[in-house]
Design a protein around this ligand. Structure first.
Ligand code: NI
Length: 139
């Protein structure tokens, strides 16, 4: 592990109180320092993929009704069109109608964003979210 450096942060009382509440909600074992490190890592991950050709990994989560028109077929066709970048897919039948799919997508930030936007923008997808991360080597 790298040597730890200590530095001080100045912020107003109200902002600090809100930050401490956030830290408290994360539970035991999390303190201000760990929370700040998480924020810095998040910022570094975000900065790394912006306009970069560096490979990143994203998870695309989506909920849809499989019985609506040809939605299942369209989502399936989109995934096959990007089979080289979608490295894993999980499908859960939530109830008689609704399905949850979680995909792991690997590629440049732009590629991952494009694939997620295309899937989540498909008419009939009820809810969706893209979470981007890195392979972790540089963190
Ligand atoms: Ni299903």
């Amino acid at each position: 592990m790298a040597r730890l450096a200590r530095f001080s942060i100045t912020m107003d009382d109200e902002l600090l109180a809100r930050f401490d509440e956030l830290v408290r909600r994360r539970g035991a074992g999390v303190n201000r320092s760990e929370a700040v490190r998480d924020l810095v890592r998040d910022a570094l991950v975000e900065a790394a993929w912006e306009g970069s050709e560096e490979e990143i990994v994203g998870t695309v989560t989506m909920v849809f009704d499989h019985g609506v028109g040809d939605l299942s077929d369209r989502l399936d066709a989109l995934q096959h069109a990007h089979h080289d970048k979608i490295v894993s897919a999980m499908h859960v039948h939530l109830d008689a109608h609704n399905c949850l799919e979680v995909l792991v997508v690997r590629g440049s930030g732009d590629d991952v964003r494009y694939i997620a936007d295309t899937l989540l923008g498909t008419k009939g997808v009820k809810h969706g979210k893209l979470v981007m991360t890195t392979g972790g080597a540089e963190l």
